[in-house]
Write a new protein. Structure first.
Length: 310
């Protein structure tokens, strides 16, 4: 077994518009990278973090990567193991793209590989969820599950945990991150705790339609199911010119458009890479006109999850 490993874990789009807390998919880029090295003396330490502008803790008990690795080692009865961790953030923090999930998944994947793969990807999921709880205050799986498993994922149930891999559509993803801050905890506080029955019925129909569209390979059904009457109306208020961005994306050929996770990133499905690039360009130009900086990504859907560099 190697004594050092480098692992990349992908960004993810959670909710997928209508599937609040139950749907998510992974993308090829961006993502985060962890370099993990075994050492003779026991314990887990964070030696270096780059790309975070000094925002993330080096304290092993407070950093999601090291804390989740510690949980896994305790579970396996391997507290004799010592590791040094370098975390390289290659995506913005608080972007709505599963930044903490990607870091946590990369760390868990790395330690699991170094120990000879004692757990499957699915068995790693509860530890990744505990890392999410530390980072965001809620241990949801709609980011960490697709980051671990790749592809498109449905969380059918949290208690007991029941995760279903869905067919991956032959679509590209356009992602734009407006450089405004929308903390996940704050965005979650805006959500209504009770909803009218008619809104619930509409949402159930859209979730069922989206899942059906994935199984049928029906792009038009996927697109018209990407509507959210519960969460998007309040979270859209936190994103600059959200509804104009949606209109521009649809005019540029988007199949569907919505908020990625809790925002502020937005995403669109597109029929091909060229259309996705066109959408990103249009949205970034519009944001620039508002005086808002942004980052854009054009990506296929990641079907494999984390990648080991060696």
């Amino acid at each position: 077994m190697p004594d050092s490993i480098r692992v990349f874990a992908p960004a993810t789009v959670a909710n997928v518009v209508c599937g609040f807390d139950v749907l998510g998919f992974a993308v090829e880029q961006p993502g985060d990278e962890v370099l993990m090295t075994l050492r003779p003396d026991p314990g887990v330490s964070i030696r270096r973090i780059s790309g975070d502008q000094g925002r993330l803790p080096l304290d092993a008990d407070r950093n999601t990567v090291s804390a989740s690795v510690q949980m896994l080692l305790r579970h396996l009865g391997r507290e004799d193991v010592g590791v040094d961790i370098e975390l390289h953030k290659q995506m913005p923090i608080g972007s709505g793209l599963g930044s903490s999930a990607a870091s946590t998944v990369a760390g868990l994947w790395a330690i699991n590989e170094l120990l000879g793969r004692p757990l499957t990807a699915l068995e790693l999921l509860p530890f990744a969820m505990q890392g999410e709880e530390l980072a965001c205050g809620a241990g949801h799986a709609d980011n960490v599950a697709p980051a671990l498993l790749g592809g498109f994922v449905l969380i059918r149930s949290y208690q007991p945990l029941d995760v279903v891999r869905l067919p991956v559509p032959a679509l590209h993803c356009a992602i734009v991150y407006p450089e405004v801050e929308v903390p996940t905890r704050d965005a979650r506080r805006l959500i209504r705790r009770t909803v009218p029955l008619q809104d619930a019925v509409t949402q159930w129909g859209n979730v069922a339609g989206l899942v059906s569209g994935l199984f049928l390979g029906d792009t038009a059904l996927i697109g018209r199911s990407m509507q959210d009457v519960l969460v998007e109306p309040v979270r859209a208020l936190l994103i600059p010119d959200f509804y104009q961005l949606r209109e521009l994306a649809l005019q540029a050929g988007a199949v569907g458009f919505g908020i990625s996770g809790s925002g502020p990133s937005v995403f669109a499905f597109a029929p091909d890479e060229a259309a996705a690039a066109r959408i990103v360009e249009q949205l970034r130009r519009h944001l620039a006109g508002l005086g808002v900086g942004s980052r854009g990504y054009v990506s296929a859907i990641n079907t494999r999850g984390p990648k080991v560099w060696g």
